[in-house]
Structures are given as structure tokens and as C-alpha cells.
Design a protein around this ligand. Structure first.
Ligand SMILES: NC(=O)c1ccc[n+]([C@@H]2O[C@H](COP(=O)([O-])OP(=O)(O)OC[C@H]3O[C@@H](n4cnc5c(N)ncnc54)[C@H](OP(=O)(O)O)[C@@H]3O)[C@@H](O)[C@H]2O)c1
Length: 323
């Protein structure tokens, strides 16, 4: 079969021939692939920098962690891959697939789940979001952030404050459900002041963070208390686009009722992952079919993978390899 292959972690993927994957047990199925999204997760794994690759051996491997394909009986599914998914064929675990409704295209169905995992899982399980709460999304102009805005609204957020760098995309978030926009491309003092003003009028219940680094420091600084009890804020780290480390003083932590957590592969329980596959993703796919959730993709060909791998997409769309 043809596939996107890396021989060593850190190399650029190449479009080339690769042996067909083989089913090893009764839970595995062979599928014909239709689409797989190029996400930070796939790039992190291919480079060997993602924490989930720590114990991986360095062999030639097909890239792509998930995608959309068709089972032997014609059923179209989204699935997590046992083998790499940017290929004509892949092996999946039948316990980790979701049947797709008609009316959602392959590219949208391939792109959406990672963003749902990076938003709904954090809102529902790490932050225990309740209807009527105020949510701040840091880095909302990215693909996952745009989905997070819409899911926060779907979960009943009263107010959705969003930050971002690209002014055009930031403004467009108002059409997706955001109620206030704050630019990250301004001086630190103004950024903190805007946040403090909002927090004093409408206390922020949940912060969903895709950036970490300097903006996370500024957001945490804006919450700092002055000695009397503060509103409880649940901060959930989901990504670290602008830096993996921050400085946070213990005194600052003691000055505020802050719950600091992260959402990702290592923080979800098996039950939460089961719910993702059995309830959350089917609901989200249906929202797309019903035009209540907007998913923006750019379709590209598997044979172009070498050229596309390092391409930056700047307006919150997702590159999806179609096969
Ligand atoms: N833990 C999970 O389950 C999970 C799931 C999905 C994603 N993630 C992580 O979440 C993060 C975001 O993912 P994504 O899919 O939204 O990525 P994306 O579509 O590539 O978006 C990147 C975001 O980062 C912003 N950005 C980049 N450089 C910046 C800078 N120097 N200053 C300020 N903002 C900057 C972009 O802002 P502009 O567009 O405004 O320039 C955009 O909002 C990634 O780290 C990803 O790995 C985690």
C-alpha cells in the first residue's frame, strides 16, 4: 500500500510503499482509509517530542494517530489507529471506533475528534463545567480553540471570553459564540487590566488554555488575590503552543482559590475515554450534521505529505489528508 512513512523520529514523512498492516487478534479490524487530519499530536509523535513516545522503538512507521475509514461491510467509521492512519489501509481496535452519521464529510469527521478531546474532555471532566458558567479560552483562534468556543456554548456557558493573536480570526469568534475578545498581541499591562476588569464583574469559572507560556503567566497574574477570599477558578492546561514552562510563585497560588490541572491522554480515566467514544463524539458528529458545529478543513492529498508536513495554517483551519 501507499503510506506516509518516517524511518526515524524527527524525519520528514515520505509518501512511499509500505507493507499492508496485519490484524493480530479478534478485536482488530482492517479498514480502508479515507481521511486523516494533520494535528500537533501527530507532529509531536513523529518528532519524538510528545510525552507518549518516550518508550517507542525507532522503526520505520506509518504516521497518523486517528482517522476516518470504511470497514469491509461498507460502514464508515472514525477510529483510533493500532497502525498508522495516513495510509491506504490501517488496523483499528473495534472497541475504539465510532460509526459516522450520513451528512458529515470525511475530512470534517477526521478533524473534529482531536479538537473535541482537547475541549469537551477538559470542560466536562477536568473542569466539571456547569451550565451558566463563565469560560475563558486562551488561544481560541486555533482549530481546537474554535471548536472549544462552540462546545462551551453548547454546554451552556453564560459568557465566553477568548484570547488570540490573529485579529481577523479573533473577531470571527464572536459569530461562533464568544462574548468578549482579548488580543494577545498587546502590551502585558493592558492584557492584564482587561482580564481583571472582566473577572471583577463576571468572575471567571473556567480557563481552558492552549498556549501556556507568557500568556498563561499573565492570565494567572490577573487572578491574583489581595488577602480576602477569591472566586474559585479552574484552570485546565490543554496545549503549550507558546512554551512548556511558566513561572508561578507559591504566594500567588495561596492568594487565590485556584484549581490547576491538565487534560490529555495521561489524565483521562478509561471510563472518560469510553464516554468520549460512546457519547461525546457521536453527539458532536450529529451537531455538525445539524449545522450547529462548524468544522473548517483544508483537504490535501496523501501524496503531498512531504510538502505539507511543516505548512503553517494560520486561520484556525485543519489540514486533512484525503486518501
Ligand atoms: N490535550 C489534548 O487533548 C489536546 C487536544 C487537541 C489539541 N491540543 C493542543 O492544543 C494546542 C492548540 O491546538 P490547535 O489544534 O488549536 O492548534 P492550531 O490550530 O495550530 O492553533 C495554534 C494556536 O496557537 C496560537 N499561537 C501560535 N503561536 C503563537 C504566539 N507566538 N503567540 C500567541 N498565540 C500563538 C495561534 O494563534 P493565531 O492563530 O491567533 O496566530 C492559534 O490560536 C496544541 O498545543 C495542541 O497540541 C491538546
Amino acid at each position: 500500500m501507499k503510506a506516509a512513512v518516517i524511518d526515524q523520529r524527527g524525519e520528514m514523512p515520505q509518501y512511499r510503499d509500505f507493507p499492508d498492516p496485519v490484524v493480530h487478534n479478534e478485536n482488530e479490524l482492517l479498514i480502508t482509509m479515507k481521511a486523516a487530519a494533520i494535528k500537533h499530536f501527530d507532529k509531536g509523535r513523529a518528532s519524538g517530542k510528545h510525552y507518549s513516545t518516550e518508550n517507542d522503538k525507532q522503526n520505520a512507521t506509518v504516521i497518523g494517530g486517528d482517522g476516518v475509514g470504511v470497514l469491509a461491510d461498507g460502514t464508515r467509521v472514525f477510529a483510533l489507529g493500532v497502525s498508522g492512519m495516513m495510509a491506504e489501509k490501517a488496523v483499528i481496535d473495534k472497541r475504539k471506533m465510532v460509526r459516522l452519521p450520513d451528512g458529515i464529510d470525511d475530512a470534517a469527521a477526521a478533524a473534529l475528534p482531536n479538537a473535541v478531546a482537547g475541549s469537551a474532555m477538559a470542560l466536562r471532566f477536568r473542569a466539571n463545567m456547569q451550565s451558566g458558567e463563565t469560560v475563558l479560552i486562551n488561544g481560541a483562534t486555533g482549530f481546537t480553540g474554535k471548536i472549544a468556543v462552540q462546545i462551551a456554548q453548547h454546554f451552556g456557558a453564560k459568557k465566553i471570553i477568548v484570547t488570540g493573536r490573529n485579529p481577523k480570526t479573533l473577531k470571527s469568534l464572536l459569530d461562533l459564540g464568544a462574548t468578549e475578545i482579548i488580543s494577545t498581541a498587546q502590551d502585558d499591562e493592558t492584557f492584564i487590566k482587561q482580564l481583571k476588569d472582566i473577572h471583577s464583574h463576571t468572575p471567571i469559572d473556567i480557563i481552558i488554555d492552549y498556549l501556556w507560556g507568557h500568556t498563561a503567566e499573565l492570565i494567572l497574574a490577573s487572578l491574583k488575590g489581595n488577602g480576602s477570599y477569591t472566586h474559585k477558578t479552574r484552570f485546565v492546561s490543554i496545549g503549550s503552543v507558546t512554551g512548556d514552562k511558566i513561572e508561578l510563585s507559591a504566594e500567588h497560588l495561596r492568594s487565590v482559590d485556584l484549581q490547576l490541572s491538565g487534560s490529555g491522554l495521561g489524565s483521562w480515566t478509561n471510563d472518560e475515554v469510553r464516554l468520549l467514544l460512546s457519547e461525546i463524539l457521536p453527539e458532536m458528529f450529529q451537531l455538525v450534521v445539524d449545522n450547529k458545529l462548524k468544522v473548517e478543513t483544508i483537504k490535501v492529498s496523501l501524496s503531498d505529505i512531504g510538502n505539507l508536513w511543516k505548512m503553517e495554517v494560520t486561520d484556525g483551519k485543519r489540514l486533512v489528508v484525503t486518501i
